[in-house]
Design a protein around this ligand. Structure first.
Ligand code: ATP
Length: 259
C-alpha cells in the first residue's frame, strides 16, 4: 500500500506491505512520520487525494498512545464495552491475560500505573483476534521485566495466530531486533531502508586504504557500514568488524556520508 500525506513542509510518501505471519518494525527518529503512517493506515486522517483508508475495525487491533478508555472505568466495565463492540472479542483469553499480568479488573484505570495501562492496551489489542495489529510504542513505560513479558506475549500470539500481521514501532531498538521479521526505516517521511535480515550488516572499524570498500554503504569518520559482513570476515581477518545494531543502521543511514 502507498501512503502520501503533506503537512506544510513535511511530506510523507511511503510504500508499506504487511505480510501475514510477519512482524514488521517501523523505525524512525522523532518526527520522521511513524504516527502519520499509522494514522493513514487506520483511516484516522485522509491522504493528499482526500482519500481515507477504509478499514474494518474488526480486522485491526491497535495500541495507540493517544487512545485510551475513560480513566474512571475499571477493566470489568471495559470488558463489557469490548464484548458489545467486537464480535470476535475473546473473553477467556482476556481474563487469562489479566491474571497472567496480575492486573486487577476492579481497580479504576486512574489507579493504574503507566506500565499497567500499557499492558492492558496490549491485552485488549490481542484479545480481538484481529488480522492486523498496529502497535505504536507498545512497550513504552514498561520496565525491562514487563517489556520482556510483553514481547513474549507477542511471540506466543504469533505462534497461535499464524495469519496475523503486526506493525510495531518502538524507540527501544533491542526490543525490535529479537522480535521482528522485517524492518522499515523511515526518515523525513520516506522509507530509506527495508530489510528482512540485519545479520549481514556490520561496522568496519578503522578501515584504511588497504581495505576494499566497494561493499561499504556509509561512513562516519573511519568506521564504515556494510551489508556484506561475510565478505569482510573472510577477507580481512585483522579488521575489527562489529555487528551493526538497529541504532547503528539508523545513525549511519541518516548521518553517514555515502561511500
Ligand atoms: N496535524 C498535523 N499538522 C501539521 N503537521 C503535523 C501534524 N501531525 C504531524 N505533523 C508533522 O508531521 C511530521 C511527522 O510527525 P509524526 O508525528 O508522524 O512523527 P513520528 O515519527 O511519529 O514522531 P515521534 O517519534 O516524535 O512520535 C512532523 O514534522 C510533524 O510536525
Amino acid at each position: 500500500m502507498r501512503f502520501v500525506k503533506t503537512y506544510n513542509d513535511f511530506k510523507l510518501d511511503c510504500k508499506l506491505e504487511l505480510k501475514p505471519g510477519t512482524i514488521t518494525a517501523l523505525i524512525g527518529c522523532n518526527g520522521s512520520g511513524k504516527t502519520t503512517l499509522f494514522k493513514l493506515y487506520l483511516g484516522l486522517i485522509e491522504d493528499d487525494d482526500k482519500h481515507t483508508n477504509q478499514v474494518n475495525k474488526e480486522e485491526i487491533g491497535v495500541v495507540w498512545n493517544d487512545s485510551s478508555f475513560s480513566l474512571v472505568l475499571n477493566v470489568l466495565e471495559i470488558k463489557k464495552i469490548l464484548m458489545y463492540s467486537y464480535k470476535h472479542f475473546d473473553c477467556d483469553y482476556f481474563d487469562f491475560m489479566l491474571s497472567r499480568f496480575e492486573l486487577d479488573p476492579k481497580k479504576p484505570l486512574k489507579e493504574y500505573s503507566t506500565g499497567m495501562l500499557s499492558k492492558l492496551k496490549i491485552i485488549i489489542a490481542t484479545s480481538l483476534h484481529a488480522k492486523t495489529l498496529l502497535l505504536d510504542e507498545p512497550t513504552s513505560g514498561l520496565d525491562v521485566i514487563a517489556r520482556n513479558e510483553v514481547l513474549d506475549l507477542l511471540r506466543d500470539y504469533m505462534e497461535q495466530n499464524e495469519e496475523t500481521s503486526i506493525l510495531i514501532s518502538s524507540h527501544i531498538a533491542s526490543d525490535l531486533e529479537g522480535l521482528c521479521d522485517e524492518f522499515y526505516f523511515i526518515e523525513k517521511g520516506k522509507i530509506i531502508l527495508c530489510e528482512q535480515d540485519l545479520e549481514s550488516y556490520a561496522l568496519l572499524k578503522g578501515a584504511d586504504e588497504t581495505v576494499d570498500l566497494s561493499y561499504a554503504l556509509k561512513k562516519i569518520g573511519m568506521t564504515y557500514l556494510t551489508n556484506e559482513r561475510q565478505f569482510y570476515v573472510e577477507n580481512y581477518p585483522n579488521l575489527v568488524i562489529e555487528k551493526a545494531h538497529i541504532d547503528d543502521l539508523m545513525e549511519y543511514m541518516i548521518k553517514g556520508e555515502t561511500v
